[in-house]
Design a protein around this ligand. Structure first.
Ligand SMILES: [Fe+2]
Length: 361
């Protein structure tokens, strides 16, 4: 399959993957032939790209286990959020079950892709954002040496990090324009409100509470609500803050445009030691792949190709399949370049079909 931006898609291309809304419900299913009206309707819903079938890239397939793990979480999370916020704690067992599914999936992964980037639709995206944040937190936690109960607690804390937002008026949470100072002050209360909700449930550990309370603290003390610095911020808080920011900036938020994966990656690295714990950013840098499989990139030698395989330890140097030799209307045999070996060639941009094509750092 190939990732194609809707600005570039052809009418008769066939979807290789379901296109989901923010509740995980398919808007269009795999196998659908694209038409002008489908493309217009997806654009209207804020979808930027889809995956389509491509014979030259048929070896790139959807990760079904990941799809199932996320699906399970999205089915249980809205109910769990509402039940816990209204002091009905029966739903916590479902939440723990979802975490087990995510942890079991992530335990098999050596690296994590920016598959987060695939989720593009969000007026009210709290649930998918929470799941993506939890997946990344579990992954980074594992690489930082956490395991067993502690890793599951980290996942629960990340999954519930924004539960305090259930106590803030929906008009403010979903406001599309810039927030007023008063509104922002109210938003800033959600970490402490979240901690309070979980405290009342009396079944969440101190570490889980600290992760929720500290997820907007920043390493240099510039965060909120407490303005804590460095190691005074709980480890869960330091991990979740990185995952929260990364998933937020790669998502299409209502009040600012989305960053492309490479821009988001650079943004995170540039925050090392100021906004974020440098030790955790080192792990992030080493193991989080930047470019999604199947996406089209332009190389420094002027060729364009598709990401077909990632290189562990070199997240910015994947294997790229070149389908065309660069000469117009001339088709060449596909071949691959391993950017971890061809060190004189780098990725310069992601081909989006938009005028403002993004330049890789
Ligand atoms: Fe938050």
């Amino acid at each position: 399959m190939r990732l194609v931006f809707l600005t570039n898609i052809q009418d008769n291309e066939v979807l290789a993957k379901d296109v989901l809304d923010n509740n995980g419900i398919p808007l269009l299913t795999a196998g659908t032939e694209m038409s002008h009206s489908y493309i217009t309707s997806l654009k209207r819903k804020g979808i930027l790209f889809v995956y389509v079938k491509d014979d030259d890239l048929s070896d790139i397939k959807e990760d079904i286990k990941l799809k199932e793990a996320k699906q399970h979480a999205i089915e249980t999370l809205p109910e769990a959020f509402n039940c816990i916020a209204s002091k009905d704690y029966m739903a916590t067992s479902k939440l723990i079950e979802s975490i087990d599914v995510l942890v079991n999936y992530i335990e098999e992964q050596d690296n994590i892709n920016t598959s987060l980037y695939e989720v593009m639709l969000y007026d009210d995206y709290t649930y998918i954002h929470s799941i993506d944040t939890a997946m990344m937190a579990i992954f980074l936690g594992k690489k930082l040496g956490l395991e067993g109960k502690e890793l599951r607690e980290l996942g629960i804390s990340a999954l519930l990090h924004d539960i305090g937002k259930t106590q803030i008026p929906h008009e403010i949470i979903s406001k599309k324009s810039k927030l007023s100072d008063e509104e922002f002050e109210l938003i800033k209360e959600h970490p402490t409100l979240g901690k309070k909700i979980l405290e009342e449930a009396q079944c969440f550990s101190h570490k889980i509470l600290a992760g929720v309370a500290h997820h907007h603290e920043r390493y240099d003390g510039s965060g909120y609500p407490y303005g804590l610095r460095g190691k005074y911020i709980s480890e869960f808080g330091r991990i979740i803050s990185i995952c929260d920011v990364f998933t937020a900036v790669t998502a299409n938020r209502s009040y600012r445009s989305r960053y492309e994966p490479n821009e988001a990656y650079e943004l995170m690295l540039s925050g090392s030691g100021t906004l974020f714990d440098p030790k955790i950013i080192e792990v992030f840098k080493r193991y989080v792949f930047i470019y999604p499989l199947g996406s089209c990139v332009r190389l420094s030698n002027s060729q364009e190709g598709y990401i077909v395989k990632q290189n562990p330890d070199f997240p910015d140097k994947p294997i790229v399949r070149i389908l065309f030799d660069g000469k117009e209307d001339t088709e060449s045999k596909p071949y691959e370049i391993d950017l971890s070996k061809s060190t004189n060639i780098i990725i310069t941009s992601i081909v989006t079909g938009k005028d403002d094509e993004l330049i890789a750092q």
